[in-house]
Design a protein around this ligand. Structure first.
Ligand code: ARG
Length: 257
């Protein structure tokens, strides 16, 4: 009961595995993969993070109730394509291939792929990844990127954190993952460091079915209002530590224009 109340308070209802989502009416169903702090992760039975909270605020503006469905990252776009979810919000990078599958809203965050290595690693820049074994989360842009590195072998994990564990165990030489989760994983584990050079510039957006232009428009309006009202930035500030805040703020301000 207590858990239920907490979830209701957060304005978020987490569907348990196996339940079918009603992608209609007053409920806005969001597909995500809650393995991606600070954007979406589990805190007890709740799914929290920037995406979860922003989606909650969007749902509120639409007069809808948000329901979050947690699934593998490589299923979130299919979920909106098949109508199992109304939106997918999972730190999803806009790419040309994905634009053929779904519509994207305006972008809401700039991101980069970063490299995590052990503190004693000889890998010092993206160039040093040639011929290495690299841990990635399955189906992410990191996965796609590593595919292009000469002679490199990608070890694909269903969760980003599992790739980090493999690095700690010496099973992979490096992990390629989005910058903010990379910072979280490095801060939570001894003996790891983040290389300075980011090597891709990416942008996150919310994915919506190509058959639902109306929802795309509504979500875009709500998202842009949240940016203008400063509510979006408040959520960022809550989840991204103050030394990074200046950077994130500039990005959000740029986005808002
Ligand atoms: N930005 C990357 C991509 O779009 C990784 C996103 C992973 N998100 C997640 N919730 N696990 O491919």
């Amino acid at each position: 009961m207590k858990k239920l109340a907490a979830a209701a308070l957060a304005g978020v209802m987490v569907l348990t595995f196996g339940m079918t989502a009603m992608a209609e009416g007053d409920v806005l169903v969001m597909a995500t993969n809650a393995e991606f702090p600070p954007y979406e992760y589990r805190e007890g039975d709740d799914i929290v993070g920037i995406d979860a909270e922003v989606a909650g605020l969007i749902a509120e503006k639409l007069g809808m109730e948000l329901q979050i469905e947690d699934m593998a990252f490589d299923s979130v776009l299919a979920a909106v394509q098949t109508g199992k979810a109304d939106i997918a919000m999972a730190g999803i990078t806009v790419t040309e291939d994905r634009q053929m599958m779904v519509n994207f809203t305006d972008t809401y965050t700039k991101a980069t792929q970063m490299i995590i290595v052990t503190e004693d690693s000889e890998i010092a820049s993206p160039d040093d990844l040639t011929g290495k074994t690299i841990g990635v989360q399955l189906g992410t842009t990191g996965d796609i990127y590593v595919d292009d590195i000469e002679d490199a072998t990608a070890e694909r994990f269903s969760k980003g954190f599992e790739a980090v564990q493999a690095l700690l165990q010496g099973k992979v030489d490096a992990v390629v993952i989005d910058g903010e989760p990379a910072k979280v994983f490095v801060s939570q584990n001894e003996g790891l460091k983040l290389l300075d050079d980011p090597f891709t510039e990416e942008e996150y957006a919310i994915a919506i079915s190509k058959d639902n232009e109306e929802l795309l428009e509504k979500v875009n309006t709500a998202l842009n209002e949240l940016k203008e009202e400063g509510e979006f930035q408040k959520v960022i500030d809550k989840y991204i530590a103050s030394d990074d805040a200046a950077e994130a703020e500039t990005e959000a301000a740029t986005e808002a224009k």
